[in-house]
Design a protein around this ligand. Structure first.
Ligand SMILES: [Mg+2]
Ligand SMILES: [Zn+2]
Length: 158
């Protein structure tokens, strides 16, 4: 089985935008500091790196499907991530994949044969923590204004 580090996207990998706005195209994707380096550190420790992200802007009609695909292509080109899963649904669509639900994580677990107990979820809000815990991951909350570089020093010693 594989172990994985699940990452939220906005506030972990790239800069957050104000509430009720979204990263709508590649030009609006601005990386937080040291993202590439820290993901490489995680990979060297033998974890898959999997992004899971709520992107309700898609079904709100604010993010075009083709643009989310381009954003995901860029993320995969720039960063050593194994997969990207996102939920396009609005809260009132009651899907099974919008965090704090666990659908995105569960799909990844099946696709990559992941040992969930030895995996982590790193996010910047309660939804991430609830989703991670409900799925059976260990969880880590970081400051969404700083992002994943916050765990660099932890990774150096573990
Ligand atoms: Mg976030
Ligand atoms: Zn969904």
């Amino acid at each position: 089985m594989n172990k994985a580090v699940f990452l939220d996207r906005d506030g972990i990998i790239n800069k957050k935008v104000p509430v009720k706005d979204w990263v709508k195209n590649v030009d609006e994707l601005v990386y937080l500091p040291k993202v590439k380096e820290v993901i490489n550190m995680i990979k060297r420790k033998g974890y898959l790196v999997i992004i899971t992200s709520n992107q309700s802007g898609i079904n709100r009609g604010i993010i075009k499907k083709e643009n989310i695909e381009k954003i995901n292509e860029k993320l995969k080109k720039d960063l050593d991530v194994d997969a990207i899963y996102y939920c396009p649904h609005l809260p009132d669509e009651n899907c099974g994949c919008r965090k704090p639900k666990t659908g995105l994580i569960e799909k990844a677990v099946k696709d990559f044969n992941i040992d969930i107990k030895n995996s982590w979820f790193i996010g910047d809000n309660d939804y991430d923590m609830i989703a991670g815990k409900s799925a059976g991951c260990k969880t880590l909350m970081v400051d969404g204004n700083i992002g994943i570089s916050q765990i660099e020093n932890v990774l150096k010693v573990v």
